[in-house]
Design a protein around this ligand. Structure first.
Ligand code: GLU
Length: 440
């Protein structure tokens, strides 16, 4: 048997506790503070406030996987379901060393607000596995994914909770989840389960336009913002943090508008070229070299230089807490379009407000992904395949609808865009709870 039976295998504590002095900032506390601000201003019903101020279900699984060399490793996976008043739980799965219950709670909660703002019939969830995917082979990642899906069991389902890609997960991983989930179903139920995940490869039931959807949504909204501010995007400069799915697609889709990409930063380093960086060329480079570092057609710069770059638009498309009390004063931009989830912490937010820098908040700005996930789910339900024009056109309508609602709330309540976005989401959820009441 390949199980590690030799006595030399010592068991260390499974639960990786962060040392108190090194404890990371709680992202979930930031979400609660954003939530409370909006709830106070709109005078949210106190019962609804209690319901939405906490998550509904939190599933933590520890599961064993056989590595390529025969060893067994035990992984920790999460699925947090924040709320399903508006529809099935919905949200991505993240594979990253920083995944923990606090982060997943925050991300799940943001998903609830996101779907409510753009008016799609989903609730909010998020999940992931605490690991660094670069440490594992493709075959190992496949077994980890399949075993995680098996461990989740009926926690997910096509009409109950529908995962999708997020940081370090992709269509291939969704295909493995689908296949594993279907294999756990009786044969006659399998085709009904196609919508158990979205963001699948097209051939496996995915939707055209899903891959670029989050970036496309970011760019549609930048376009709306530019119209509202009489701002000529063809002369605009922009900088991007993170060059994964969201960052690279946002950068590439800004190019046809005539805007110029002048600096990019990711986990490997930062680069700049005031004459402009070609996003298509950089995307190819990053695919081959796993990061922007060493890109020969731009010069390397430091993190601080990147943040100080004078540009019109900053698109953060990496992880949480990048715009903070320390970094917000350095920014030299007019607009922050949040492609990432939670890139700005409350102190950073206050500084952006004070400095008059506009913000398209994450729960509106990056909702293009989940919107097209909804379209994929609908296509799966009806066995349809829409073309790209149809997907893009419907995405545009949905996300701009959200933009208009948030804009109205900004002027009605005289608040910033983030608080207004929360108010739009909370008002919808409050209405539903009041109409339905609480069982029993
Ligand atoms: N992970 C993406 C997000 O944070 C997409 C979620 C989905 O499509 O369900 O919005």
């Amino acid at each position: 048997m390949a199980i590690n039976t030799r006595s030399s295998v010592r068991i260390k504590p499974t639960y990786k506790q962060t040392a108190p002095e090194k404890k990371r900032r709680s992202v979930y506390e930031d979400v609660v503070s954003q939530f409370n601000r909006a709830a106070d201003i709109m005078n949210l019903d106190s019962g609804v406030r209690k319901i939405l101020g906490t998550t509904m279900n939190e599933v933590v699984v520890h599961f064993p996987v056989k590595m390529d060399d025969g060893r067994i490793e035990v992984f920790t996976g999460y699925r947090v379901q924040h709320n399903n008043a508006l529809g099935p739980f919905k949200g991505g799965l993240r594979y990253h060393p920083a995944v923990d219950i606090d982060e997943v709670r925050a991300l799940a909660t943001w998903m609830t607000w996101k779907s409510a703002i753009v008016n799609i019939p989903f609730g909010g969830a998020k999940g992931g596995i605490q690991l660094d995917p670069t440490n594992y082979s493709v075959a190992e990642l496949e077994r980890i994914t399949r075993r995680f899906t098996y461990a989740l069991g009926n926690t997910i389902g096509p009409d109950y909770d529908i995962p999708a890609p997020d940081v370090n997960t992709n269509p291939q991983i969704m295909a493995w989840i689908l296949d594993t989930y279907q294999s756990m179903m009786p044969a006659f139920e399998r085709h009904r389960c196609l919508g158990v995940v979205t963001g699948k490869p097209i051939e496996s039931g995915g939707s055209v336009g899903r891959d670029k959807a989050t970036g496309q949504g970011v760019v549609y909204l930048i376009h709306e913002w530019a119209k509202d501010h009489n701002f000529d995007l063809s002369k605009a400069t922009y900088i991007v943090q993170g060059f994964g799915n969201v960052g690279s697609w946002s950068a590439r889709l800004m190019k046809p508008l005539g805007a110029k990409l002048i600096a990019v930063e990711d986990v490997t380093g930062a680069i700049a070229d005031p004459e402009g960086i070609d996003p298509e060329d950089l995307t190819r480079y990053v695919l081959e070299n796993r990061g922007v570092k060493g890109y020969p057609k731009a010069k390397p710069i430091s993190h601080i230089e990147f943040l100080r770059t004078r540009a019109d638009i900053f698109i953060p498309a990496a992880l949480e807490n990048q715009i903070t009390a320390e970094t917000a004063p350095l920014l030299n931009v007019r607009l922050v379009a949040e492609g990432a989830n939670g890139p700005t912490d409350p102190e950073g937010d206050a500084i952006l407000n004070q400095r008059g820098i506009d913000v398209l908040p994450d729960i509106l700005c990056n909702s293009g992904g989940v919107i097209v996930s909804y379209f994929e789910w609908l296509q799966n339900k009806r066995s349809e395949f829409w073309d790209l024009q149809e997907v893009d056109c419907k995405l545009y309508k949905k996300i701009v609808g959200g933009y208009q609602r948030v804009k109205e709330a900004v002027s009605k309540y005289r608040v910033n865009w983030r608080t207004a976005a929360y108010i739009v989401a909370l008002a919808r959820l409050e209405k539903v709870y009041k109409e339905r009441g609480i069982f029993p």
